[in-house]
Design a protein around this ligand. Structure first.
Ligand SMILES: [Zn+2]
Length: 151
């Protein structure tokens, strides 16, 4: 978990005090990790977590492109599946979030805070609905482009 964030500019540029709680989403930073603690410790200082900062700046760590005629016919189901994946990922890895879901002409574009959740969304759709899935990691960056398509 710690290793996931050490190279993240959004983690490095802030000094997160131990213990601190995000004013936006309530995630707690404690002993080097971000975790959901409910209620947050009373002595926690206030901060804005890297995920909320990325969402505010629209600084994405991954993007998922969905297209094809199957998508148009099953849009609701697929969007529900995406929401479920986000719930699960966010529970396990609190900084993995969806930034935005944009419905464009003939595709849906989902941007995410980090690359892991983008891959998970692609894999979950591929597992449920087959079609073709491509994962593209630009060299030397912590970023992913995920393409899914089914006619
Ligand atoms: Zn937050």
């Amino acid at each position: 978990m710690i290793n996931d964030y050490v190279n993240d500019p959004y983690f490095v540029k802030e000094k997160y005090p131990d213990i601190s709680v995000c004013e936006k989403c309530g995630v707690v930073f404690h002993e080097g990790i971000f975790e959901w603690l409910n209620p947050p410790p009373a002595n926690a200082q206030k901060m804005i977590c890297p995920a909320c900062r990325r969402i505010a700046d629209k600084y994405e760590g991954g993007v998922v492109y969905l297209k094809g005629s199957f998508l148009q016919k099953h849009k609701e189901e697929i969007l529900n599946l995406i929401k479920n994946v986000e719930e699960n990922e966010k529970f396990l890895r609190p900084l993995e979030r969806i930034i935005e879901i944009r419905e464009e002409k003939d595709e849906i574009v989902i941007t995410t805070t980090y690359e892991h959740i983008a891959r998970r969304i692609g894999e979950a759709i591929h597992k449920a609905y087959k079609g073709s899935l491509k994962l593209n990691y630009p060299e030397d960056t912590k970023y992913i482009r995920v393409y899914w398509e089914r006619e």
